[in-house]
Design a protein around this ligand. Structure first.
Ligand code: UDP
Ligand code: MG
Length: 319
C-alpha cells in the first residue's frame, strides 16, 4: 500500500432530507478530515421528491469526495443501502442515516474498532431520545420474536449504522435477495464482529419516513427471510387438530349409537367448523406469504436502477 492513504467510504441513503444534508455533510467532514484516511461520502438519493438531489449535485460539484447516486425512484431504505454498498470503494465502508440520528461524532470510534482488527462493527442503540413508547415497545417485541423464531441473533436496538471491512462488503455483494433485512444478513455473515453502543438523538429536521405499515413489512421481511417456523407452526397445528378431531369423531359415534340424544350436537359441530376453518385460513395465509415472497424472488429483477451518478471522479473518467 506504500504511502497511499487507505480509503473509508461512508454510505448514506437519503429520502426527502433537504433540511438535513448540509449540516450532516459538515459534521462528517469535521470528524473525518482530522483522521489519517481519505474518505468518500456516498449519498444514495432514494427517489426524493424535494430538493435533495439538487443539494447533492451541488455538494458533489464542490467537493470531489462526495458522490451522489440518484435512484430512478423510491426503492426503500434497505435497497438504497445495498446500492451504496455496491458502489463503495473503501477499505472500510460505514453505513449511516442522514438525519443525525446516527451521530457523525461516532465515526472515529467505529474506525478505531476496525483498526483493532474487527471486520464488522455493529452499533446498538441503547436509547432514542423522544421516541414514543409505542415504537420502543413494538421494536423490542420484534427483536424478541425474531431471535426466538430464527437461528440468527439480531441485537435488540440493532441499527443500520455500522462499519464493514472490504472483505465483508465483497461477501455481502453476492447476496442478491430482494426482501432484505440487512441487520440479519450481516449478523449471519460471520467474520470478526463487535458491538458498539450509542444513544440516538432526535432527528435533526423533518420527520421519520417509517410508517407503522412500513415497519410491519420490514419486520415480516426479517422473520420470513430467516425463519421457516411459521410454516412449521401451521403443520404442527394441523397434526394436533387432526388428533383432536379423532377424539371428536369418537364422541360423535358414541352419541349416535349408544345414546338417544343425536340431535343436540349442533353446538359442537358449529364450534369445530369455525375452529378448523379459521386454522385452515391461517395456514393458507402463512403459505401464501411465503409463496408471494418466492414469486418476488424468482422474477430476478434488478434490485434497483440508477437515474444518474454525479461525482467529479465520474466526470473525469468520461473525458
Ligand atoms: N430513507 C430512505 N428511503 C426510504 C425511507 C428512508 O433512504 O424509503 C432514509 C432516510 O432519509 C434516512 C434513513 O433512511 O436517512 C432512515 O430513515 P428514517 O430516519 O425516516 O427512519 P427512523 O430513524 O425513523 O427509523
Ligand atoms: Mg431517523
Amino acid at each position: 500500500m506504500g504511502l497511499e492513504k487507505q480509503l473509508v467510504s461512508i454510505v448514506v441513503p437519503v429520502y426527502n432530507e433537504q433540511e438535513n444534508i448540509d449540516s450532516f455533510y459538515q459534521e462528517v467532514v469535521k470528524h473525518m478530515e482530522p483522521m489519517k484516511y481519505d474518505f468518500e461520502l456516498i449519498f444514495v438519493d432514494d427517489g426524493s421528491k424535494d430538493a435533495t438531489p439538487l443539494i447533492l449535485e451541488r455538494l458533489a460539484h464542490s467537493d470531489k469526495r462526495v458522490r451522489a447516486l440518484i435512484l430512478a425512484r423510491n426503492f426503500g431504505h434497505q435497497i438504497a443501502l445495498t446500492c451504496g454498498l455496491d458502489h463503495a470503494e473503501g477499505h472500510a465502508v460505514i453505513t449511516m442515516d442522514g438525519d443525525m440520528q446516527h451521530p457523525p461524532e461516532m465515526l472515529p470510534a467505529l474506525i478505531a474498532r476496525w483498526e483493532a482488527g474487527f471486520q464488522v462493527v455493529q452499533t446498538v442503540r441503547i436509547n432514542t431520545e423522544g421516541v414514543s413508547w409505542f415504537k420502543s415497545f413494538t421494536s423490542g417485541m420484534f427483536y424478541k420474536l425474531m431471535n426466538a423464531m430464527s437461528n440468527i441473533e439480531v441485537a435488540e436496538g440493532g441499527s443500520d449504522f455500522r462499519l464493514l471491512d472490504k472483505q465483508v462488503v465483497d461477501s455481502f455483494r453476492r447476496f442478491r435477495e430482494r426482501a432484505r433485512f440487512i441487520r440479519g444478513m450481516i449478523s449471519a455473515i460471520g467474520y470478526r464482529q463487535t458491538k458498539l453502543e450509542f444513544i440516538a438523538p432526535k432527528r435533526f429536521a423533518g420527520h421519520s419516513k417509517f410508517s407503522l405499515k412500513r415497519m410491519l413489512h420490514f419486520a415480516l421481511d426479517g422473520i420470513t427471510a430467516y425463519s421457516k417456523l411459521p410454516l412449521r407452526f401451521a403443520f404442527y397445528l394441523g397434526i394436533i387438530l387432526g388428533f383432536g378431531s379423532i377424539g371428536l369423531t369418537l364422541h360423535v359415534l358414541y352419541i349416535k349409537f349408544l345414546t338417544s340424544e343425536a340431535v343436540p350436537g349442533w353446538a359442537t359441530i358449529t364450534a369445530s367448523i369455525l375452529l378448523l376453518g379459521g386454522m385452515q385460513l391461517a395456514g393458507i395465509g402463512i403459505i401464501g406469504e411465503y409463496v408471494g415472497r418466492i414469486f418476488e424472488e424468482v422474477k430476478q429483477r434488478p434490485l434497483y436502477w440508477l437515474a444518474a451518478e454525479i461525482s467529479q471522479q465520474k466526470e473525469r473518467n468520461k473525458m
